[in-house]
Design a protein around this ligand. Sequence first.
Ligand code: SIN
Length: 309
Amino acid sequence: MLAEVTGNSASPTALSSTASAASQQREWAGKRLSPTIGFELQDVSIAAKFTEDDIASLRRLLGKHKVLVFRDQGDLTPAAHVAFARRFGPLEVHPIIAHHPDHPELVTFVHNSDSRGIENVFHSDTSFYPEPSMGSILRCAECPEVGGDTIFVNMVAAYEALSPTIKDRIADLSAMHDASVVFGNRQPTKEGRDELRKQIPAVEHPVVRTHPETGEKILFVNETFTTHFANYRQVNNGVWNQDAPAQARDLFTHLMRQARTPEFQVRIQWQRDTVVFWDNRAVQHYAISDYHPHTRSMMRATIVGDRPR
Ligand code: SIN
C-alpha cells in the first residue's frame, strides 16, 4: 500500500515546513495499478463531503496518475455522482448519447442481450468539441461476472516514447476531430447527417497538446474522432512533394497505433459500484466488448475542459 501526499509542491518535505502549506496536504492511501498509469484509492467515499483542499489534492493526484479508481461506492446516488463531478468544473450534456432520466449530465451505456458494447475503440471523450472534456467519472451500476473491462492509456507516455525525429515532425502539426465519424454513421438520413455536421462542426486541435496543470506533452489524436492532419506540408526545394499524402497517411496511422501499446496501458476490472475518474486530456480508453449477452450498465459524468494548446 502506498500513501500519496499531494500538496502544492512536488516535495512533501517542503510542504510540511509551513503551517499554511501543511493544511493543503492530504494523504490518499492506495496502490498504483501499473508502472505508467492508474491509482486505486483505499477507503474513500466520493459521496462524502470534501473540502476545497481535498478537491485540489484529488486534482493533483489525477494529474499524476491519470486514472483514479474508487471501489465500493454503493452510497453514491446519481445526484451525488453529479455533485462530485461538479466540484471539478461544469458538466457536459452529451448531444446524442442516452442519459439518466433525471440527470441529463449522466450519460448511460447499457448493453445486454439486445445490444452489444460499441465503445470498443480507443478514444478520448468529446475530442470533437473546441473544448474537449477535462475528465470523466464513470460508475458501474451492473457488470458481467467476467469481461467488460476498460483499458486506459497514458498518452503522455505515448508521446514520450516517440523518436526525436517524429517528435520534431509533429511539433507544429494539427489534426481534425469530427463527431460525424461515429455519430453521423448512426443517422439514417443525409438530412440528419448534414444537421449533425452543422450542430457539431469538425474542429482542429494540435497533435501535441500541453497539459494545463502538469505541463506534460500529450499525443492528442485518437482512432475514433481524429480524421486527418490539417496542415501537413512536404516541400522539397520549393516543389510540392508528390509523396506527401501517402507520407501523411503513414505518419497518421503510426500515431494512431500508439494507444494500442500495452506498456502505456492499465486494464480496469469493474465491480458493481466501482467508480473510475480519468483525466481525459491525457488518457484514451477502450471498453472491451466481450461480455455479450450479459448486462453491463454504466453512468458517466463528463467535466468540461479547456481548448487544447
Ligand atoms: C466510454 O466510452 O466513456 C465508456 C467506457 C466504458 O463503458 O467503460
